[in-house]
Design a protein around this ligand. Structure first.
Ligand code: MRU
Length: 375
């Protein structure tokens, strides 16, 4: 296997969209057709597709295939009809999951494309074609952005770590090819370090309660022959204590506020605290589409609550048999709190790596100035 071989979770050709069902991984590779916005919404809500950039792209492309089918049947008779369908579909897709800002950013940018094309369009197909082109571009741009994140992040780690000969990093959740259009963000940095021969070892957390680490990141690391070890979330501090070669924790983001506070998978905050305690780098990696300047700080970020079932049950394959099974692990009747994300305060973050470069704090400041960084 080559180090640059990556999984593909979103297969798109004009008029056709397939997504890799991430609930079936790592046991089965099942591609599911997404025919319309209802399929796209359901795939995101049930987390068959997940990860901030992938959510935005699948939402955008589900509308691209939906509108292409309708346009082929000449369903839109006027420009306003096409505009109304596209805009209301984007509003509907935005209700699938609330925290990852990439979905809202994509919907906003696409609604501007719709509005601009409608101003000069003489037929509905001009508006639908403009929408489809813009949605397709998001898929292409995401891979390039991730490659740049990987490059900047790997260079930052090598430059700022204490022992360049033994670089080991820990990551949380899944931020790889499965969570994006390809390559990945935090996992893209790990992939770059590995590609450059600079990575000794990667560690990934199990990422309870939904196990994106053990189900997906471990799968990606094995798939690409990156030397890796799985730990459960409660082992992170012990790992850092025992192994000083773990010199950085690298995570993704669902929303970065203007001051750098970052919402990411539940468990990220405690990793940032332990990184601070052990005096190692804590790096957030995300495309600039994850930065939300209209959100001043983490206090304003809406955190999604997931169903209790995802905490009190575990789904896997019965050992030795090829039978998927869900088992209950908690007592019936116990109360459940199941936030999907937490917010890591900017003061605990060493750097925010984007496709444009690396944002750091002005010395002496505890917050980032993401607005200045994006200018
Ligand atoms: O609930 P999920 O699996 O969608 O959460 C994913 C994360 O928290 C990722 O770290 C984040 O979306 C970045 S993916 C490049």
């Amino acid at each position: 296997m080559s180090a640059t071989r990556t999984l593909e979770a979103i297969k798109y050709t004009p008029g056709s969209l397939l997504i890799l069902d991430q609930l079936a991984l790592p046991h089965e590779t099942i591609f599911e057709p997404i025919l319309n916005i209802q399929d796209g919404h359901a795939a995101i809500k049930t987390m068959k597709t997940r990860g901030a950039p992938a959510i935005a792209i699948v939402a955008a492309l589900s509308l691209a295939v939906d509108v292409a089918t309708r346009a082929a049947k000449h369903e839109f008779k006027t420009v306003p009809q096409a505009v109304e369908f596209l805009n209301s579909s984007l509003e509907y897709l935005k209700t699938s999951r609330p925290t990852a800002v990439n979905l809202f950013d994509a919907a906003h940018k696409l609604s501007v494309v719709i509005q601009d094309s409608a101003k000069k369009a003489t037929s509905p197909s001009e508006v639908t074609d403009a929408y489809i082109n813009a949605a397709e571009k998001m898929l292409v741009d995401d891979v390039q952005d991730n490659k740049n994140i990987g490059k900047h992040g790997a260079a930052f780690i090598v430059e700022n770590c204490k022992n360049k000969e033994d670089i080991r990093v820990l990551t949380h959740c899944n931020t790889g090819s499965l969570a994006t259009a390809g390559w990945g963000t935090a996992l893209g940095i790990i992939r770059d370090l590995h590609k450059n021969g600079q990575l000794k070892h990667a560690y990934c957390t199990e990422t309870r309660p939904y196990n994106q680490g053990s189900r997906l990141t471990a799968y990606e690391l094995v798939y690409e022959n990156i030397p890796a070890t799985l730990i459960c979330d409660s082992m992170a501090s012990a790992l850092l204590h025992q192994n000083p070669s773990v010199q950085a924790i690298v995570v993704g983001a669902d929303r970065v506020a203007a001051n750098g506070d970052t919402a990411n998978k539940i468990g990220t905050y405690q990793l940032a605290i332990t990184a601070k305690h052990h005096n190692i780098l804590f790096i957030v990696a995300a495309p600039s589409t994850s930065i939300d300047l209209s959100t001043k700080s983490g206090k304003d970020i809406v955190i999604e609550q997931r169903p209790a079932e995802e905490l009190v049950t575990i789904t896997g394959l019965l050992e030795g048999k090829n039978i998927p099974a869900t088992v209950r692990t908690a007592a019936h009747g116990v109360g459940v709190w199941n936030p999907s994300f937490d917010v890591t305060p900017s003061e605990l973050i060493s750097a925010i790596v984007t496709e444009r470069g690396v944002a750091v704090k002005t010395p002496g400041k505890s917050e980032f100035d993401m607005k200045a960084f994006l200018q």
